[in-house]
Design a protein around this ligand. Sequence first.
Ligand code: SF4
Ligand code: SF4
Length: 68
Amino acid sequence: MINVHIDGQRCKGCYLCIAVCPRKSLGVAAVLNKKGVKPVEFKKGAECIGCRFCATMCPDCCIEIEKE
Ligand code: SF4
Ligand code: SF4
């Protein structure tokens, strides 16, 4: 089981993580965060293979990948 944790309040909306996800599992949320940007979210029903590309790419370390 792989859990993708995204700190949506700290996300600055650069969307670099979306670009590197090989499974296209990350998308843009509908609601603005406290910074006034639409943060990244994990798409419902999407698959994560635990590659950590997104977490490595994020300049603000907003993503953590947890493997159980
Ligand atoms: S790379 Fe980080 S800051 Fe940029 S959109 Fe993704 S989670 Fe947000
Ligand atoms: S760990 Fe890999 S597959 Fe999972 S959301 Fe991040 S980039 Fe996509």
